[in-house]
Design a protein around this ligand. Structure first.
Ligand code: HAM
Length: 409
């Protein structure tokens, strides 16, 4: 019986896994320097947690959530994001901690999406939430954290930023937008018509050419900001300029999840094609309260590890230190274990090759800087042959001097 992996999921190994680890390590190390606490929440949660907080009309809830009834008839899901789960965990565990509480997480996320390059059904995020700061300075601090993270990984990015304004100004904007769009119903795509009543702001980021034309002259969200929202947005932009972080304002940026208000942002990378958002987030002000906590303004973001892994370069292991050991014969094989043990203890990376034909073993050794080759006869004389795989020069080295040979100083 041949069983394949589920569409949109994949096994991660080798170079790609190394990249995943590098991304996670960078995120974790930066989270520590910003004094975040790491939290690992369960992969399964009550479906309701996400339905009630991400918005019933959001794609994630509407079409993408992996939910099922468990054996006690509870509706359970595989988490489709971290934020609602982390806020649930905050309300349960951190309410009495001094604010802000900063929580970092990493792990798999599940969405029943149409798989394509950069879009999977199981993918991984690193996620940062800062809970309990009203000031826009926490948005700024978090954007700078994101910049540090992406720069540390050496990836190119552009930053798009927008403000959704406060809840009441957004409600006014929504009515005005619906009124405008209603007069262009014939020109809107079916998707946008479906969204018109339930989630009209999402129409703004439609990729459909006819929708785009209609949207060009639609009322703009910035016309509806309160004085306070405008001031906060401008203050963040000014600070970014002063610190030297380039950005562009994208008034059509709305984000796909319902909990956002005020400042939202997305970091993109042009090498990725259509799925080009590598990191995204923004402010949310009702989630903690919705989940049974106090009214606490919060802000956060998540970055997609798969997308970052596509674009980062990793340094090869210190090649000088990778050595293949190729014993020929039974005694030699025995001795090889000891030689490998000693070299590994000194920090060398040892590819210990067990019996196979010599040709295929020498081929494998091409990835190393040296090959140490010996038979039972050599072991008798306590010598080995060391071949420099780059210069192709081979010489005899006494076993007692092997370590010195590799580490002359
Ligand atoms: P999101 O925009 O849904 O936001 O996802 C964040 C990032 O996860 C995306 O920018 C992308 O890099 C990656 N991503 C999303 N879907 C997929 C997929 N199907 N395959 C591969 N990568 C994907 C959130 O999840 C919010 N919870 C972020 C947040 C945290 N907002 C506030 N706090």
């Amino acid at each position: 019986m041949k069983v394949n992996n589920i569409r949109g999921t994949g096994d991660i190994f080798g170079e790609r896994l190394k990249k995943f680890q590098l991304i996670q390590d960078a995120a974790r190390s930066i989270s520590r320097s910003y004094i975040f606490t790491e939290i690992s929440t369960p992969i399964i949660e009550y479906t309701d947690l996400f339905i009630r907080n991400l918005g019933e009309t959001s794609d994630v809830v509407n079409k993408e959530i992996y939910s099922f009834l468990d054996r006690s008839n509870e509706s359970i899901c595989l988490r489709p994001e971290f934020t609602a789960a982390v806020v649930r965990a905050f309300v349960g565990n951190f309410q009495h901690y001094p604010l802000p509480v900063k929580l970092f997480s990493v792990g798999p996320i599940f969405r029943y999406e149409r798989p394509q390059k950069g879009r999977y059904r199981q993918f991984h995020q690193v996620n940062f939430e800062v809970i309990g700061v009203k000031s826009y300075n926490s948005d700024l601090e978090l954007i700078l954290l994101a910049v540090t993270f992406l720069r540390r990984l050496g990836v190119n990015f552009t930053l798009e930023i927008n403000s959704l304004g406060c809840d009441s100004s957004r409600a006014n904007y929504r009515s005005s937008l619906v009124e405008y769009l209603n007069s262009y119903k014939n020109e809107l795509s079916q998707d946008s018509l479906n969204r018109l009543e339930k989630n009209p702001l999402r129409i703004l980021d439609s990729k459909d050419p006819s929708d785009k034309k209609v949207i060009e002259n639609a009322p703009r969200i910035s016309e509806f900001y309160t004085e306070k929202s405008r001031e906060n947005f401008l203050a963040v932009l000014k600070a970014l300029e002063e610190i030297g972080v380039e950005y562009s304002i994208n008034e059509k940026l709305v984000r796909g999840l319902d909990y956002y208000s005020e400042i939202i942002f997305e970091f993109k990378n042009s090498e990725l094609g259509t799925q080009d958002t590598i990191l995204a987030g923004g402010r949310y002000e009702r989630l903690v309260n919705n989940l049974g906590g106090q009214e606490l303004a919060s802000t956060g973001f998540a970055a997609g590890i798969e997308r970052l892994a596509e674009i980062i370069q990793i340094k090869q292991e210190d090649q000088r230190k990778v050595i293949s050991i190729i014993p020929i014969g039974e005694r030699a094989e025995q001795k090889a274990i000891e030689i490998a043990y000693k070299l590994r203890a000194e920090g060398f990376f040892i590819d210990l090759q067990y019996s196979a034909n010599l040709k295929s073993r020498m081929k494998k050794a091409e990835n190393s800087s040296f090959a140490v080759i010996f038979g039972d006869e050599e072991i008798e004389k306590s010598i080995v042959n060391v071949k420099n795989m780059k210069t192709r020069v081979q010489e005899k080295v006494a076993l007692s001097g092997l370590l010195k040979f590799f580490e002359p100083s």
